[in-house]
Each structure stands twice: as C-alpha cells, then as structure tokens.
Design a protein around this ligand. Structure first.
Ligand code: CP
Ligand code: NVA
Length: 306
C-alpha cells in the first residue's frame, strides 16, 4: 500500500486503512515474540534522539530495531552538537546521509517538524509537548486485540473516558478516537483541558465532571498530572487534580467490564490508585508490552514498505 507520509509525527499522519495494516502486522510480529520479523531490517540503522527521559519508548524502539536485524543508536541530545547550538535542520541533513530513520523525543512538536522537513529519511515522533502518537497507536492496538476482535470496525462506538491533564497523550487519544470512530470524553480541571487545536481537529466531549465522563465508559484512561517539564508544578497539581483520580469509585461508574489504561510511568496514589492499577480490569502492562510490537510494525512500514 502506498504510504501517505514519509514520517509519523501525528496520529493523523496515518489513515484508518494504514492503521489497520499496521495492527495486522503488529499482531503477526507479536505471535513470534521477540523473534518477530527477524532480519527484516538487516543493514539499516535507526537514530534515537532523546531530549527527555524515557524507558518504554527508547527500549521498545531500540530492542525492536535490533530484533528486526537493524542497529539502533541511542543519542542523548545533550551529547550531540545540538547542545552547543547546531540547528535541527543541519543535524537532519547530516544524519540523513548516515542512517535510515530517526526517532526523536523532543520538548517541542515544532522541533520534530523542523527535523522532519529537513530530513530525507523517515522521522518518528517519540513524544513531544503536543502528541505521543506511538503510544496511542499501541494503546489502540491493545483495544483492537482485546476488545474489537482484531477488526478496525470493531473499535467503532467504543466509549473512552480520559481523566486528568489535557496533555500530549490526551491529544493523540482524541485524534485516534476520532479517526477510528470511537467516542471520547475528556474530564479535566478548569485550565488544564486539552488544547483547542486538538479539540477542534477531533470529535470529543470536554467536561469538568469526572463521573459524567466515566459513566458507562468502556475504557478509563489516565496519565500523570504533571508531565515531563512540569515537575515543579507536581505538588500544586495534586490538589487540583485529586477529584480526577482513577479509583474504585470512578471505576464503578464505568461499564461493568470497563478496562483501565495508563501509558506509564504512573504515580500510584495520585492519578491512579494501587488497587485499580493492579486490579483485574487494568490492561496497563499489556499496553506497555505492545509498544514493542507496534514500534516494530511502524519501523517496517516506514523504513521498508510492508
Ligand atoms: N509511555 C512512555 O512513553 O514511556 P517512557 O517515557 O518510559 O518512554
Ligand atoms: N504526559 C507524559 C507522558 C509520558 C510518557 C509526559 O509528557 O511526561
């Protein structure tokens, strides 16, 4: 199938058909576990430029690239000439001649877009201030597998409630839900709602009442209250966000068989209780596990043409 974009910078860079192809590929890779796709990217190199900390994104991309037979280069941006003021555009033009793809975790979406504009190779957004598309693709894959019978149409009408900070993860979730016909409600404290641009691009109900958002939902999704870069606001936010905690009472308002999701890392006792995180409705560690298979499918799609 012909690719709609060179890069994966936003959830909306893939069409519904492309998402369906990627999910089938991820499921095929998952069946073979860590051996899935062995040798498919032999001789290819992926640069991972990291401006912020990461466990899952770095390791799933790096291990995934190695399992596909390629080589990952993990580059802390503090150790590149970027730290000394070299531009992203010059970095992009240089790296394009050495490696076959770049995954970048950056402070700003604009920086990722600049890098992609000047790179002749695929660029993948491994989280920015605006979006976390790889995370959300993998999360929707988790639902596709567990709740939609492995069919893209099976996601239609599924009710997702996102509770908490209207952040990068919320933005990507709004876009994915809209792309795939899922119903999404976001409940956030006043002043912490998702950005207008994403509310307008997607189809979402934004509320202040967490119980209203959770009522009858098939999925409750939450994320940290203070994202990377906002750590100094953590204490202040705790008080403001406490009514949005995903706990047993909130879960009781959702549909009987609702699933609980979190992209991790989590702060138990803040956005989610220990009880719910470790409870039978939590699919949080399945989400984390699926990052590997979905990352591999994205790499195959962008670097090799599935
Ligand atoms: N969920 C996620 O992206 O985790 P990391 O920050 O550990 O990569
Ligand atoms: N919203 C979080 C996600 C971490 C994976 C952050 O940006 O820190």
């Amino acid at each position: 199938m012909s690719k709609s974009h060179k890069d994966f910078l936003s959830v909306l860079d893939f069409s519904k058909e492309e998402v369906s192809v990627l999910f089938k590929e991820a499921a095929r890779l998952k069946k073979e576990g860590k051996q899935g796709g062995a040798g498919s990217l032999a001789g290819r190199t992926l640069a991972l430029i990291m401006q912020k900390p990461s466990t899952r994104t770095t390791v799933s991309f790096a291990a995934g690239m190695a399992q596909l037979g390629g080589t990952p280069l993990i580059l802390n941006s503090q150790e590149l000439q970027l730290k000394r003021g070299e531009s992203l555009s010059d970095t992009a033009r240089t790296l394009s001649q050495y490696v076959d793809g770049i995954m970048i975790r950056a402070n700003k979406q604009d920086e990722i877009e600049e890098l992609a504009r000047f790179a002749s190779i695929p660029v993948i957004n491994g989280l920015s201030d605006k979006e976390h598309p790889c995370q959300i693709l993998s999360d929707i894959f988790t639902l596709w597998e567990a709740r939609a019978g492995g069919k893209i149409e099976g996601l239609k009408g599924m009710k997702i409630a996102y509770l908490g900070d209207g952040n990068n993860v919320a933005h990507s979730l709004i876009l994915a839900a809209s792309l795939l016909g899922m119903e999404i409600s976001v409940a956030s404290p006043k002043g912490y709602e998702p950005e207008k641009e994403f509310v307008q691009k997607g189809k979402v109900t934004v509320l202040a009442d967490p119980l209203k958002a959770a009522a009858g939902a098939d999925v409750l999704y939450t994320d940290v209250w203070a994202s990377m870069g906002k750590d100094e606001e953590r204490e202040k936010r705790k008080e403001i966000f406490m009514p949005y905690q995903v706990n047993a009472a909130l879960l009781a308002a959702a549909s009987k068989d609702a699933r609980v999701m979190h992209c991790l890392p989590a702060h138990r006792g803040e956005e989610i209780t220990e009880e719910v995180m470790e409870g039978r409705q939590s699919i949080i560690f399945e989400q984390a596990g699926n990052r590997l298979h979905v990352q591999k499918a994205i790499l195959l799609y962008l670097l090799k043409d599935l």
